[in-house]
Ligand binder design. Structure first.
Ligand SMILES: [Zn+2]
Ligand SMILES: [Zn+2]
Length: 379
């Protein structure tokens, strides 16, 4: 940035004569601003300084009263007026003040200065309930949401057919009002047009001048395999429309996975409770267990206890982030029949007889402990 001592003559900065017209000054400034535009000279501080210096010169020479004071008193005559004297601290201020001069050049000039500020539309939320096999495999679901869309009648302008929205006088179409208070520049949303930069006098009947209409929209949501309750899916750009050319918001779809009657979920693992008989537990068996991919054989060792868990690796839920899949934990439970047939009763009685005569070491110590407890010994 040029220092006070080294401040160049504004006419010299813009390369114009003392008697140049406002148009010539504007043209000269535009040429300099485009040549030294930060978007064209990334990382070039000298260009940024020239860009700021040119804006400062233009700010003074483009306004007749400031120019007259400058012509009479030089730099001292315009000290404290606008940015003259202190210079522009921030390139963004230049875009805000003179941005419409860069219209058509693209980049920041147009977005920041060409009118009211572009803002992204609001994000929306929706929810979706799927069942466990769908969550495991991933699925595609159509969802219906209500969101505001640009009104088809006025194409979002809010103005009645044949009329156009007028530029807001209060903010001169900028959507923002800037107040200078000493060194501070306070920028606020224009109260007259609420930042739109336009005022609709003849309102479109279909949208009451808002330019938006609530519509039902059907969208396809693709759900990746492995999702769990509470996870959210983001559909980029499916929220409400932005204002002044800003991007749409996003739609967040919260997933709810229904409980399953066979599989209990524990993170990416699934737990399945499988009943086995006493004889299967005692003798060992190959039992059929349900998995997400159909039935599978699982070997049960002889002497299996109720509540013992067999792990089927990779039989759980996939990882939605692409990691290792969870396991299926088969928890076996010995089922005691409520009713027994005559033959079963006979065999069980025989078994009971055998067990009385032939009590195992483990069982005898267990029953000894119980007996001791009740008789108050060793407790
Ligand atoms: Zn309309
Ligand atoms: Zn306004």
């Amino acid at each position: 940035m040029p220092t006070m001592a080294a401040k160049r003559d504004y006419y010299e900065v813009l390369g114009v004569k003392k008697d140049s017209s406002t148009d010539e000054i504007k043209k000269a400034y535009k040429k300099l601003a485009l040549a030294n535009h930060p978007d064209r000279n990334p990382g070039d501080q000298a260009a940024v300084d020239r860009f700021k210096e040119a804006a400062e010169a233009f700010e003074v020479l483009s306004e007749s009263d400031k120019r007259a004071r400058y012509d009479r008193f030089g730099h001292d005559g315009v000290k404290g007026a606008g940015h003259a004297g202190g210079g522009f601290q921030d390139v963004g201020d230049i875009f805000e003040m003179f941005g419409d001069l860069f219209e058509g050049f693209g980049g920041r000039g147009r977005r920041r200065g060409g009118g009211a500020r572009a803002t992204q539309g609001d994000h929306l939320k929706a929810s979706l309930t799927i069942d466990l096999p769908e969550a495991a495999k991933g699925c595609s679901r159509e969802i219906e949401i209500k969101r505001r869309e640009l009104c088809g009648t006025c194409h979002g302008s809010g103005a009645k057919a044949g009329s156009t929205a007028a530029k807001c006088d209060y903010c001169n179409g900028q959507g923002q009002v800037v107040q200078s208070q000493g060194f501070f520049r306070v920028q606020t949303t224009c109260p007259a047009c609420r930042g739109e930069g336009k005022i609709v006098r003849d309102k479109c009947a279909d949208c009451s001048g808002s330019g938006r209409k609530v519509e039902k929209v059907r969208l396809e949501a693709r759900i990746p395999p492995g999702v769990d309750t509470g996870m959210s899916l983001c559909l980029r750009g499916e929220g409400e429309p932005g204002t002044n050319g800003g991007p749409r918001g996003d739609l967040y779809v919260e997933i709810n996975v229904k409980d399953h009657n066979l599989f209990e979920r524990d993170g990416q693992d699934l737990i399945c409770h499988v009943p086995i008989t006493y004889s299967q537990a005692a003798l060992g068996a190959d039992i059929e267990v349900p998995t997400l991919d159909g039935k599978k054989n699982q070997h049960i060792d002889a002497g299996t206890h109720s509540g013992e868990v067999f792990r089927i690796r990779g039989g759980g839920m996939p990882d939605p982030r692409g990691g290792r899949a969870g396991d299926l934990l088969v928890e076996v439970h010995i089922e005691v029949p409520k009713k027994v047939s005559d033959e079963q009763r006979e065999l069980l009685l025989k078994l009971a007889e055998l067990e009385q005569a032939n009590v195992s070491q483990h069982r005898s110590s267990f029953f000894d402990k119980v007996k001791d407890w009740f008789t108050g010994e060793n407790s």
